[in-house]
Design a protein around this ligand. Structure first.
Ligand SMILES: O=c1nc2n(C[C@H](O)[C@H](O)[C@H](O)CO)c3cc(O)ccc3cc-2c(=O)[nH]1
Ligand SMILES: C[C@H]1O[C@@H](n2cnc3c(N)ncnc32)[C@H](O)[C@@H]1O
Ligand code: MET
Ligand code: SF4
Length: 367
């Protein structure tokens, strides 16, 4: 059992033989992917205030400096994204900031919202109106929150990070493996196409990496909702002294992920943080959301590569590069995506045409 898992009722037992199999996996065991995909997004950091204090993170604010993006600021960025041909509005921000900061709570109340999730819902509606498909990664949520947000999101996500109880997750309120697993479970229970992943190099062991991947596989086997798994290396910053994992380490974790996960689940590495070209033969098939207009606000020192560089990566690997939507095509049926989001994709509008241009078979949603 993982730390805290019992408390949340996520019953996942560790299969020792499966762990051993994964620990033996190497890049030689996997076939390179036949194609690479990416999505074009605009990044909306609604707030840098956060109830947690992960020591690897430079994103969260020190107390007293916390603020919220206003609806006007959000709308301006959304329009910029839609004008630049993006399809995805990526909402990523501090976890439940209103639970820790009165100033955030009061600002939300002034704008007519009883929680950050309520504000997020309205900003997702705005994104759909402007012509972008929301993918929200707001941190730990419970089932009722997913049930509501799925109406206005094409897909959602939260990084598992690790199933290990690492010192990097510190503070009065902190990420726990049990709560992360419960978040991924709740997304499955409510039928939300989901992105999760590992953060590599935060104090976890090789065995922890194998167990983390098996936990994700276990939840996917139960619900079928995991569309992709991100294998992200920690990047050092002024707040902490984590060492960047070596290329060899990343190659082995990516291969492990490919061996651990069923074929339909994509393995993603972020091209601005990883030695991507050295990972492509280890089973990577997705480069994630890449923004032509906004910074990576979580790791602002690492600029997004231009589309041209993604094309170079793909041609170096000898495979085609395809632009995809934030929701993978196999989830476009009504059991996964709300009528409202499906209608946006099928609509006879500029945005609808932009979305459908990313589908391999445009008739899927027109029918
Ligand atoms: O630009 C980023 N995108 C991140 N993404 C976005 C991702 O690249 C795309 O939005 C998805 O592939 C959906 O298209 C995340 C999405 C999640 O659901 C969970 C975690 C992440 C982490 C990052 C990240 O650190 N930087
Ligand atoms: C959105 C995701 O960003 C990741 N994240 C947070 N801080 C860092 C860092 N220093 N390096 C790499 N990834 C980081 C976490 O995995 C989080 O879930
Ligand atoms: C900025 S980190 C991404 C969203 C959330 N705070 C999490 O850690 O899951
Ligand atoms: S990684 Fe996310 S949860 Fe952790 S401190 Fe940063 S913003 Fe908060």
């Amino acid at each position: 059992m993982f730390p805290g898992a019992e408390e949340y009722g996520v019953e996942l037992t560790v299969d020792e033989r499966a762990v051993d199999r994964l620990l033996a996996a190497t890049p030689a065991d996997v076939d390179p992917a036949p194609a690479l995909t990416f999505s074009r997004n605009v990044f909306l950091p609604l707030t840098t205030a956060c109830r947690y204090t992960c020591t690897y993170c430079t994103y969260y604010d020190v107390p007293g400096q916390a603020s919220l993006m206003s609806p006007e600021e959000v709308e301006e960025m959304l329009r910029m994204g839609a004008d630049a041909g993006c399809t995805e509005a990526l909402f990523t921000f501090g976890d439940k900031p209103d639970a820790r900061y009165e100033a955030i709570h009061d600002q939300l109340a002034e704008w007519g919202h009883d929680s950050i999730v309520d504000y997020l819902y309205e900003m997702c509606e705005l994104a759909l109106d402007v012509g972008l498909l929301p993918h929200s990664n707001p941190g730990d949520l419970v089932e009722s929150e997913f049930a509501r947000l799925r109406e206005v999101n094409a897909s959602m996500g939260v990084m598992l990070e690790t199933t290990a109880d690492v010192a990097a997750h510190s503070g009065g309120r902190k990420k726990t493996p049990g709560q992360r697993l419960n978040t991924i479970r709740a997304a499955g229970e409510t039928g939300v196409p989901f992105t999760t992943g590992l953060l590599v190099g935060i104090g976890e062991t090789w065995r922890d990496r194998a167990e983390s991947l098996l936990a994700i596989r276990g939840l996917h086997e139960r619900y079928g909702h995991v569309q992709e798994v991100i294998v992200q290396n920690v990047v050092p910053n002024e707040r902490s002294s984590f060492e960047r994992p070596s290329v060899e380490t990343m190659r082995r974790v990516v291969a492990m992920a490919r061996v651990a996960l069923p074929e339909e689940v994509s393995v993603q590495v972020p091209p601005n943080l990883s030695p991507t070209s050295s990972l492509l033969d280890c089973g990577v098939d997705d480069l994630g959301g890449v923004s032509p207009v906004t910074d990576d606000y979580i790791n602002p020192d690492y600029a997004w590569p231009a589309l041209r560089e993604l094309e170079d990566l793909a041609s170096e690997a000898g495979v085609p590069l395809h632009e995809r939507l934030p929701v993978y095509e196999r989830y476009l049926g009504e059991e996964w995506v709300s009528d409202r989001v499906r209608a946006a994709i099928a609509a006879d509008t500029d945005a609808g045409a932009r979305y459908r241009a990313c589908l391999s078979d445009a008739s899927v949603t027109r029918a």
